[in-house]
Design a protein around this ligand. Structure first.
Ligand code: 8YV
Length: 323
């Protein structure tokens, strides 16, 4: 019989990750679609895995954690975000949780720049026109975008990804500001100017980009009051989490012209964003693909497996999630 550790997967991984899984683990099968929480719990009961390779798009809340079988030693999520997991409940059951920081920092910071350039330069609108058979030169004053060099960028949350965005934005000759719970040491500020509150920073931002985790404290923090503090015609970027935003307020600001444009990779209701976003030509939208490169998705899967192997062999996890 198969003596390799039992690993339950919530969804398929990239080819190199799948090859490693098939070599080193006993798996019950490769899911054809991303499992729901219910399907995962049923599969865990039937298969009795030591490890679960998790992902975003499904959750383990307090009551779900209670239904995991006792054999589970580690939940390794292939994501940096952990808002879909009840970490305290998992820890209370003695289950180690790991995530995949660092390996996706560059791609996520790139994503914020992609959204920023696309929103400022109206890339989505132009693509639509081209597909409709545009067929003539643009007039000198037609459908103009916004120059990003020289503009003031406000970064909310100056962790690994926020710093990556600051570094990139400097390369675009932007003036960069940030707000964060605490001021970073000068060597880590990437030349950005610190504000101790988001509210104080907003009046100075031509572009605002979010780089915070979702949590009860940050839920809906970007609300009508804060959006109203931006200069009229600002651009809003979110490649972090939809839960940070009051989407009614965001949509109202995009309609009124308070915001000129937005670039969004994340939504409250994934994978089906509020349909009002789809109606707004000044919103550039992507389907939560910040980490979706061949390289990064493989690095994420490999790091998750490194964590699983470490823990199942009695070693410390490489990237454990703390309470
Ligand atoms: C997703 C993400 O994990 O890392 C995160 O927190 O949101 C993304 O990288 C990715 O879509 C896989 O589920």
């Amino acid at each position: 019989s198969d003596t390799r550790p039992r690993l339950l997967m919530t969804q398929r991984q990239t080819l190199p990750v799948m090859q490693r899984i098939e070599q080193s683990f006993n798996i019950s099968g490769v899911p054809e679609h991303k499992l729901t929480t219910r399907e995962l719990l049923d599969a865990a009961r039937a298969f009795q895995p030591q490890a679960i390779l998790f992902s975003t798009g499904l959750h383990l809340r307090h009551d779900d954690v209670a239904q995991l079988p006792d054999c589970v030693k580690i939940v390794a999520t292939v994501s940096v975000g952990t808002d879909h997991l009840d970490i305290a409940a998992l820890h209370a059951r003695g289950i180690i949780v790991t995530n995949t920081p660092d390996v996706l920092t560059d791609c996520n910071a790139d994503m914020a720049m992609l959204l920023m350039l696309a929103a400022a330069r109206r890339a989505g609108e132009y693509t639509t026109l081209m597909r409709q058979g545009w067929g003539r030169g643009l007039a000198m004053d037609e459908m103009l975008g916004t120059r990003i060099s020289g503009k003031r960028l406000g970064i909310v949350g100056m962790g690994r990804i926020g710093r990556g965005v600051a570094k990139r934005a400097r390369g675009f000759d932007m003036q960069v500001m940030y707000s964060n719970r605490r001021r970073l040491p000068a060597g880590q500020e990437e030349g950005a100017t610190y504000f101790s509150t988001v509210a104080d920073m907003l009046p100075h931002c031509d572009i605002l980009s979010l780089h915070l985790p979702a949590s009860p404290e940050t839920d809906g923090m970007i609300n009508a009051d804060l959006l109203g503090r931006l200069p009229r015609g600002a651009i809003f970027i979110n490649a972090a989490r939809g839960a940070l935003v009051d989407e009614d307020a965001l949509i109202a600001a995009l309609k009124s012209g308070q915001l000129a444009a937005a670039g969004l990779d994340v939504y409250r209701n994934e994978p089906n964003p509020d349909p009002r976003f789809l109606e707004l030509p000044n919103v550039f939208l992507t389907p939560h693909m910040g980490s979706a490169t061949t390289e990064t998705r493989s690095d994420m899967g490999m790091l998750a497996l490194d964590n699983v192997e470490a823990v199942l062999n009695g070693r410390a996890a490489l990237t454990p999630v703390k309470n």
